[in-house]
Design a binder for this molecule. Structure first.
Ligand code: A3P
Length: 345
């Protein structure tokens, strides 16, 4: 009997001892893990430093996430108030040229932490109805941004619309104006291709480019055809120069923006007085698209929509040459005025 009781006691002691050793081992292991996961930090580093007056650019990289949410309508009024976000009138506008690469330029500039783009073309200055809605309507179309960021808008119709220079001048006479151009004949064919695609989508037929670009009565270039007129860059620019000095314009080479975008973007950064922040990391060539695409960070990258970079129809080489000869003197004048020369034929 005594022997049985002693054995029972020994068993109980063994179980209790095992539990105690187990608990000690568990605690040692846990503390070890915690040590590795959470190194003891000095207490000050846990208190966030006060927000400086000017937010450093690297901080904005993070805050872009918030702006992205804002654009999707996910941010609350409280966040807008808390971060001092404002809707600002653009300090720079991409005024044209249609099919020059205006979307690519805007999206690529938006890689810069100090730039915020208006996603949609607003058509405030070229559309009488919109213009009549007033400047506050225009401002409300702008994205939220930090006060020291630059908002940029693009509406390529501005470049060719008569009333626009005066209207923009009235809003801000010192605004910076960006014009992206491509070799004029290629741009005209690109313009035609966009219209053709629209017609095809509606199952409509459309003329061949040659028929539109050449006047069948005179066999000369048809200057009434809009795609041709838009490519006479100097004519439009001269209208703008009645309001703005040439220094307020920056000409972007749209052909180079396709082939090697970074140097063009660096020139724009300089023109906008921004520190150089867009790097080769932000731009990568996508062989499937045949164009450069954008890399914002390790997880977020994007290419432009499929409507950018269409395949152009073949155009009669004689018509191409005729157009190139037609544009030549206008191009020379354009180089002279802007101080930027291109290898256009
Ligand atoms: P194509 O469709 O003729 O190739 P816009 O934005 O002003 O309408 O200009 C469209 C043009 O942007 C396209 O004309 C395309 O060549 C050019 N482009 C420049 N960079 C591009 C890019 N990274 N991705 C797609 N298209 C780009």
């Amino acid at each position: 009997m005594l022997f049985k009781q002693q054995a029972l006691l020994r068993q109980k002691l063994f179980v209790l001892g095992s539990l105690a050793i187990g608990s000690v081992l568990y605690l040692v292991a846990r503390v070890g893990t915690l040590d590795r996961l959470q190194p003891i930090c000095p207490i000050e580093s846990r208190v966030p430093p006060p927000e400086p007056e000017q937010i450093p650019l690297r901080t904005l990289q993070f805050k872009r996430g918030l702006l992205h949410e804002l654009r999707k309508g996910n941010a609350t009024k409280e966040q807008i108030r808390l971060h001092n976000l404002v809707q600002q009138l653009p300090r720079a506008i991409i005024i044209g040229v249609r099919k020059g690469g205006t979307r690519a330029l805007l999206e690529m500039l938006n890689l810069h932490p100090a730039v915020v783009k208006a996603s949609q073309e607003i058509h405030f200055f070229d559309n009488d109805q919109n213009y009549a809605r007033g400047i506050d309507w225009y401002r409300e179309k702008m994205p939220f941004s930090f006060p020291h960021q630059i908002t940029i808008e693009k509406s390529p119709a501005y470049f060719i619309t008569e009333e626009v220079p005066e209207r923009i001048f009235k809003m801000n006479s010192s605004i910076k104006l960006l014009i992206i151009v491509r070799e004029p004949t290629t741009r005209a064919v690109s313009d035609y291709t966009q219209v053709l695609e629209g017609k095809e989508r509606k199952n409509k037929t459309y003329h061949k480019f040659e028929k539109l670009a050449i006047d069948s009565n005179t066999c000369e270039v048809n200057t009434k055809y809009k795609a041709v007129r838009t490519s006479i860059y100097t004519k439009h620019l001269e209208r703008w120069l009645k309001y703005f000095p040439v220094e307020q314009f920056h000409i972007v080479d749209g052909d180079r923006l396709i082939a090697d975008p970074l140097p063009e973007l660096q020139l724009v950064e300089r023109f906008l007085n921004l520190p150089s922040r867009i790097s080769q990391y932000n731009l990568y060539f996508n062989a499937t698209r045949g164009f450069y695409c954008l890399r914002f960070n390790i997880v977020f990258n994007k290419c432009l929509a499929g409507s950018k970079g269409r395949i152009h129809p073949d155009v009669d080489p004689l018509v191409v040459t005729k157009l190139q000869r037609f544009f030549h003197p206008f191009n020379q004048k354009f180089y002279q005025i802007t101080g930027r020369t291109f290898n256009w034929p």
